[in-house]
Design a protein around this ligand. Structure first.
Ligand code: GRF
Length: 200
């Protein structure tokens, strides 16, 4: 399966996917890395691995729609069959998702449906929950609202700060995301409306 990744920042999840791919355990190949930010470190990681990469900064286009059209054409050129969001900081429009017409997945640092949106770890701390974690889900037109594929939980400790909790969750993300992508790429993830069945 030809996998495209979109990332806006440091790209540690992208790196986790690259590492598993290089070990021959992804059941797919990462063929394209796109970003909305030209200085995203994720693009450098792609460059280093000689993966086709390109930035689509919103400021270069007259509208969000035009930016998405450019991204769409590029993903089609690269023949991407699965789009993986790894810290991509923009919500993809309904039109984009419809036209792209391939599965799109995301990882979010909370146990959804709790704490969608920005600063999920801070939201968890402020709420006083005792368990936090991350969620891999299909992307729909809402904010972190698509069908849930897999989740990983971690404890929230009394002395936690946003940084310590984020680090603990990130370690789980780096394990869970490649695992989820491998299962999708090997046809073991079945979507049935809101429910997702993982055959493992
Ligand atoms: C991760 O916490 C991920 O859950 C969220 O954005 C962050 C991306 O981190 N969607 P990185 O760029 O992969 O290091």
């Amino acid at each position: 399966m030809r996998i495209g990744v979109l990332a806006s920042g440091r790209g540690s999840n992208l790196q986790a996917l690259i590492d598993v791919w290089k070990q021959g355990r992804l059941h797919g190949e990462i063929v394209a890395v796109g970003s909305d930010y030209e200085k995203a470190y994720a693009l450098q990681r792609a460059q280093k691995e000689e993966i086709s990469n390109r930035a689509f900064p919103l400021g270069y286009y007259s509208s969000r729609g035009e930016q998405e059209q450019a991204l769409l054409s590029w993903l089609r050129e690269q023949e991407v069959e699965l789009l993986v969001l790894a810290g991509y900081m923009r919500v993809l429009s309904k039109e984009f998702l419809h036209e792209l017409n391939i599965p799109v997945v995301n990882i979010h640092p909370s146990l959804l449906p709790a704490f969608p949106g920005l600063h999920a770890q801070r939201q968890a701390l402020n709420c006083g929950v005792k368990l936090a974690g991350c969620t891999v889900h299909f992307v729909d037109e809402g904010l972190d609202s698509g069908p849930i594929i897999m989740q990983g939980a971690v404890p929230v400790l009394p002395e936690d700060t946003e940084i310590s909790l984020s680090d603990r969750i990130l370690k789980v993300e780096h394990r869970l995301y490649p695992q989820a992508i491998r299962l999708i790429a090997s046809g073991k993830v079945k979507r049935e409306g809101r429910n997702v069945r993982v055959l493992d």
